[in-house]
Design a protein around this ligand. Structure first.
Ligand code: SF4
Length: 367
């Protein structure tokens, strides 16, 4: 049975200091290790030449630096690239890199699968398989940066999974992504996207980092939202909007409402007016997304002419609106198209692998 060692990408500065103090090493070793990993991008302990040989050997025996196995990359002419990774237990996840003029955005996955099963989204088709640990989230940025050889400037949690449904691991990942000794990605360049998990929004509003919040609305009444975003059956629109308003008041941050336009379903003039009213009431932004075709789903994206008409109504009502350029649909990398089933590992042996990964505090032991 293959064994997976503990992953260094799970540790922030503080937990690394604890780790080193357990074996009598000074606290500054934590900073040295982070410098090797995040600045010099080294993934082999034997290259850490300011460590004594005995420490290198001990690290090698107990830890690894990142566990994602790169399987393949597919890309489009505009530079959008989708990366497929195998996890330690054989499941697979995807990450998308979206290069822009002055930014390189990584859209990362936070779970293998998703329990919320929105009908237009491939990621939820098989339900939740498991949570990703912090290293598996940080690792997507770490390895994309190495493969792409340029600094990632922005991170959006809009890949497979609902990030607020994996709160504890998300928090640690955010700390490492944002830390000046970690991935050094500014908090305002990190976006958390949620389908409307009200308790998660409340936790995020009290979390110290000034990350951006994006809410997938997709419908402006409960009848339709119950169908399109099934979490709405638990957290109705009125509760979600109250939570968004409170988040706005407590953090002072502007929320973005994501709205995927589906032909004949949520794209009439009245929908546009109601959406504009909601956004104006809390000074939120609206991001219209042309709905991408997913497998055999019966939804079709609203044609461009109608989409622009929908946008104009929102503008006339004085709300702030943009239309997302849905890059990557040709490689099944646009919104709602990331999935597991195409790449799942059929290797039963890998799936029974032993994980000895993320554990907190002083129990993080050495052999
Ligand atoms: S849209 Fe988001 S919440 Fe809904 S199934 Fe897909 S990943 Fe899950």
């Amino acid at each position: 049975m293959p064994e997976c060692k503990k992953d260094i990408l799970n540790y922030d500065r503080e937990s690394l200091e604890i780790l080193f103090s357990d074996i009598g090493e000074p606290a500054y070793r934590a900073g040295q290790l982070m410098d090797w990993v995040y600045r010099k991008k080294v993934d082999d302990f034997s290259q850490m030449t300011n460590f004594p040989k005995s420490l290198m050997d001990r690290l090698k025996k107990n830890f690894q630096i990142g566990s994602l196995q790169h399987i393949k990359t597919v890309s489009t002419r505009d530079g959008t690239a989708k990366y497929l990774w195998r996890l330690w237990d054989g499941h697979t996840i995807e990450t998308v890199l979206i290069p822009g003029k002055r930014r390189r955005t990584v859209c990362l996955s936070s779970q293998a699968g998703c329990r919320f099963r929105c009908p237009f989204c491939a990621s939820g088709a098989k339900g939740l398989i498991r949570q990703l640990d912090p290293a598996e989230m940080v690792g997507q940025v770490f390895f994309v940066q190495r493969l792409y050889e340029e600094k990632v400037t922005h991170v959006v949690f809009m890949g497979i999974g609902e990030p607020l449904d994996n709160w504890n691991n998300l928090v640690r990942a955010l700390q490492i992504l944002n830390s000046p000794e970690g991935m050094t990605i500014g908090a305002r360049r990190i976006t958390i996207s949620t389908c409307g998990l009200v308790p998660g929004i409340k936790k995020l509003q009290h979390f110290g980092l000034q990350v951006e919040l994006s809410v997938s609305l997709h419908a402006v009444n409960d009848r339709l939202r119950d169908r399109l975003v099934p979490v709405n059956r638990t957290y109705k629109l009125s509760r979600l909007l109250a939570a968004c308003k409170e988040y706005r008041e407590v953090t002072g941050r502007v929320i973005t409402f994501e709205y995927a336009l589906i032909e004949g379903i949520n794209d009439d003039d009245e929908d546009a007016r109601r959406l504009a009213e909601i956004a104006r009431s809390m000074k939120a932004k609206i991001n219209l997304i042309p709905c991408s075709p997913v497998g055999r789903a019966k939804f079709r994206g609203t044609p461009e002419r109608k989409l622009l008409h929908f946008r104009d109504i929102i503008c006339d009502y004085g709300a702030l609106v943009t239309v997302r350029n849905s890059k990557g649909s040709g490689i099944q990398a646009a919104c709602g198209q990331l999935a597991l089933d195409r790449m799942e590992d059929k290797n039963g042996e890998a799936k029974t692998a032993l994980r000895t990964g993320f554990v907190k505090g002083r129990q993080e032991g050495w052999e």
